[in-house]
Design a protein around this ligand. Structure first.
Ligand code: ZN
Length: 199
């Protein structure tokens, strides 16, 4: 079989008998079993159609990815980074990234912060948790921690091209922010700062 003849997930979804006509699987679908390379089929499993291997019974559970980030202030201003790569190239976001299989979300948040900003942060609590689902980034959960910058000099690295501190009333406009989760978090932060200033 040449590559051209290899079935795509579209072919599988279209040719497998018994699937609902409007069935549109979410997220990335596989063609072959990653464990034994048999062609996968869709089966009703645990309340939804999932891909399963007819040979070894492996099931393709599609889980959200887990990301971790830090919202850290200095002199009442929050540090954001402008993305140097897609998704969201040129837009602002919190230093954040995906959690590796062998680390905790806290470790990932601190590691990503260092990798992207050159700064050491100490986590001081949980800010909030956000769910996202997009065609580009897939589905995931962002755990955003509060943190305090304890060492280092700001230097944009890795996915970020520029760093800047923003006061609550000088934040980039919503359209200049990279992700819905970040937009939502900054609105919350702004409200928090507004409440603090009234005390
Ligand atoms: Zn298999």
């Amino acid at each position: 079989m040449t590559d051209q003849d290899a079935p795509t997930t579209d072919d599988l979804a279209l040719t497998q008998p018994g699937l609902p006509a409007d069935f549109a699987p979410l997220g990335q679908q596989f063609v072959y079993c990653p464990m034994c390379a048999t062609e996968l089929i869709y089966r009703e499993l645990f309340d939804r159609l999932r891909q399963q291997c007819p040979a070894c019974d492996w099931i393709h559970f599609q889980d959200p990815k887990v990301g971790a980030g830090v919202i850290a202030e200095q002199a009442g201003k929050v540090l954001l980074g402008r993305r140097g790569v897609n998704p969201g190239k040129g837009l602002w976001c919190f230093p954040s990234g995906f959690v590796e299989i062998d680390e905790s979300p806290e470790e990932a948040a601190v590691r990503e912060y260092k990798e992207e900003t050159g700064l050491e942060v100490e986590l001081t609590g949980l800010f909030d948790v956000y769910h996202f689902h997009s065609a580009v980034k897939g589905s995931g959960v962002l755990i955003l921690y509060r943190g305090r910058i304890v060492a280092g000099r700001p230097s944009a690295m890795d996915d970020l091209a520029e760093l800047a501190f923003f006061a609550p009333l000088e934040l980039p406009p919503a359209a200049a922010l990279a992700f819905d989760s970040n937009r939502q978090a900054l609105i919350q932060w702004q409200q928090e700062k507004a409440a603090e200033s009234k005390i």
